[in-house]
Design a protein. Structure first.
Length: 180
């Protein structure tokens, strides 16, 4: 059955940061890597990224690529891109680096509010969800249903499970900083 954006059988995750050369490429590629290892492939989940001030066509920042390689994720072939309306429209889940990025995505419209979170906010909310309340991921195509249910459940918890501080939901920008 098609979702509100006409998609069937596919769940799209969009990672958003400022330049799309450091934070969002790292989270995009680590998400792909984790899905591949946990699910034996992406199983109907597409993962991509963009930047609010995206460096269109730029390669990933060198330190970001090094970090990915250290975690066993593949940095090869990444090309930066600017966040466009079509990216937000197609996304089932938008994960941003900061609250400012989240506000920018939501201000684009497209009913993005209930499916846009900072990465740390989404992680905090998802940890509070009982997995037994989600659809079984094993039948064919059920991973997508489970992911959509997870986003709705996380949205329902927003406002109830607050971060201990404003900074707790932020992924700070390491762009150009040395690897320590």
């Amino acid at each position: 059955m098609p979702d509100a954006r006409g998609e069937t059988g596919t769940f799209r995750i969009l990672h958003v940061s400022t330049g799309n050369v450091c934070r969002s490429p790292i989270t995009e590629r680590l998400t792909r890597h984790a899905l591949s290892h946990r699910l034996g492939g992406t199983r109907g989940i597409l993962v991509e990224s963009a930047g609010t001030w995206g460096h269109e066509g730029a390669p990933m920042e060198t330190h970001a690529a090094t970090v990915l390689a250290d975690y066993g994720a593949d940095p090869a072939g990444f090309v930066g891109r600017e966040l466009l309306d079509e990216h937000v429209i197609r996304a089932d889940l938008v994960l941003t680096a900061t609250r400012d990025h989240r506000a920018q995505v939501i201000s684009m419209g497209h009913s993005a509010g209930l499916r846009t979170f900072t990465l740390k906010e989404f992680t905090r909310l998802v940890r509070a969800i009982d997995p037994a309340t989600l659809p079984d991921p094993e039948p064919a195509g059920a991973v997508v249903d489970r992911a959509r249910t997870l986003v709705r459940a996380a949205a329902a918890l927003r406002g109830w499970l607050l971060a201990p501080s404003v900074e707790a939901d932020e992924v700070h920008d390491p762009y150009g900083a040395p690897i320590t």
